[in-house]
Design a protein around this ligand. Structure first.
Ligand code: GLU
Length: 463
């Protein structure tokens, strides 16, 4: 039975890297008819915030990556405590009373001798009864695991054979006290109890894996298979970090990246399908996804590619759905019509761009009359605009659509005078030199507003 898990710590907003880990786990589970578990690792009381847990759950919902089972580590303390006690009973773990200062001193001495620092084992030989007495009397302690010397090897599904020298590790701390297990310990206990078959997680956890493997050994448990996903890199190949607000999923969603497009993009961050296909439905992702095809090398986060993928999804949205989404990103008083939506649709990298692209339809900026002159020269601009206004006025009210407007206006424009006609028309309708085409402007603005704007232009030319 395939059982995988995503184990986020609610210490920050859900970020793109977490989406990828979640997605790969989710796809692996779906592909293998397995179970996808969400485990909120909320044991760090100082850094956890409920708000972050809510953000995780909300975004998993939006991204349609819902878990089959969900747990919170904060509700599972008894499991950890019981297992800690058991390890101490079996003498596989022991209480350590060394102070920070002592440990610091020990570390310095080792470093001076050119040795890799590790715990010297001072408390390893304290008699158990004696140690228990000290704990009961309130002395501060941590719990350490006895780590036997030797090699620890495992086969990572992405990285292949990985080997560590346990001798370098020393007796690792697995808990601050009986009630406060450290990350490596609670993860192992939960992965065992939740019968996790495959641990798919970020490469930053690779150094934790040997520590976890020694814990599996001490507990006589079979470890799961591991797959460590490549780091996410910025375009300059520097490490992408969750410290930058920019990687929070909510920021991307707020800017109008579509959830399906984000998923499609994230799927390709380190995984390459067999062919050249780049746009995948969810079903296709489930079928095609193959953890063995995930690369070892860091995966570059390319915003241009995200924009491109998002455009493909936007273009394929039904007009009504797109209109509704656009409305979420523009002022309420802007009443948009289908002609406007059609005009901006191919230019939207993300829905949030709509405001900037639509403003031309709702606000006519101030402009100098010279802007109306094609190539800076006034060649009958005013009479051209008057002629065009008359032509526009002649178009039947109910037929002011892009096709008809284009046909009627084009008929008025001599072939060799396109610039002389269409340039001032576009400027008078938009007040700027960069805008949709004059026909798109006409269709979007409608007859009345178009004529009003042209009259303003003519007014400027009369001054
Ligand atoms: N809770 C850990 C984190 O947020 C992940 C644990 C794991 O996947 O093993 O990074």
């Amino acid at each position: 039975m395939i059982r995988v898990r995503m184990a986020p710590s609610p210490t920050g907003y859900f970020h793109i890297g977490s989406v990828r880990t979640t997605l790969y786990n989710w796809l692996f589970a779906k592909k293998n008819k397995g179970v996808f578990v969400l485990r909120i690792e909320d044991t760090d009381k100082e850094r956890n915030r409920k708000e972050f847990e809510e953000d995780i759950l909300k975004n998993l919902d939006i991204l349609d990556l819902k878990p089959d089972e969900m747990y919170r580590q904060s509700e599972r303390t008894d499991f950890y405590t019981n297992h800690l006690k058991k390890l101490i009973e079996e003498d596989k773990a022991y209480y350590c009373f060394c102070t920070k200062e002592e440990l610091e001193k020990e570390r310095k001495v080792m470093e001076e001798k050119g040795m890799a620092p590790k715990y010297g084992g001072k408390c390893a030989s304290i008699d158990k009864k004696e140690a228990e007495k000290r704990v009961e009397s309130g002395e501060a302690y941590v719990i350490r695991l006895r780590v036997p010397e030797g090699k620890i090897a495992f086969k990572d599904m992405i990285r292949g054979e990985v080997e560590f020298d346990a001798g370098l590790m020393g007796d690792v701390i697995i808990a601050r006290n009986l009630e406060e297990p450290l990350y490596n310990f609670s993860v192992v206990i939960d992965d065992i109890l939740m019968k996790i078959s495959h641990v798919i997680r970020g490469e930053e956890h690779l150094p934790n894996t040997p520590k976890q493997l020694v814990i599996y050994n001490a507990l006589n448990a079979n470890p799961p298979l591991f797959a460590h996903l490549p780091l996410l890199l910025n375009k300059d190949r520097s490490k992408m970090s969750k410290r930058y607000g920019d990687v929070a999923v909510k920021d991307y969603l707020e800017r109008g990246y579509l959830p399906e497009a984000l998923i499609n993009f994230v799927a390709l961050l380190g995984w390459h399908p067999q062919g050249n296909q780049e746009i995948f439905s969810r079903e296709e992702l489930i079928n095609e996804f193959d953890i063995e095809r995930v690369q070892k090398a860091g995966a570059v986060f390319d915003i241009e590619k995200l924009n491109w993928i998002n455009r493909q999804y936007i273009v394929n949205l039904p007009e009504q759905a797109l209109t509704e989404k656009i409305k979420e990103h523009i002022p309420e008083e802007w009443k948009i019509n289908p002609a406007m939506v059609r005009a901006i649709k191919p230019r939207l990298d993300k829905i949030g761009d709509a405001k900037e692209l639509l403003v031309v339809y709702f606000e006519l900026p101030e402009y100098e009359k010279e802007l109306l002159f094609w190539k800076g020269e006034d060649r009958n601009t005013k009479s051209i605009l008057e002629k065009l206004a008359a032509g526009i006025n002649d178009i039947e009210d109910g037929k002011f659509d892009l096709e008809n407007v284009t046909e009627k206006i084009t008929a008025l424009v001599p072939d060799d005078k396109k610039g002389d006609y269409l340039w001032p028309l576009r400027v008078s309708l938009s007040g700027s030199k960069t805008s949709p085409t004059p026909f798109e402007l006409l269709a979007g603005l409608g007859k009345e507003e178009s004529l009003r704007r042209i009259r303003i232009a003519i007014g400027k030319l009369n001054e």
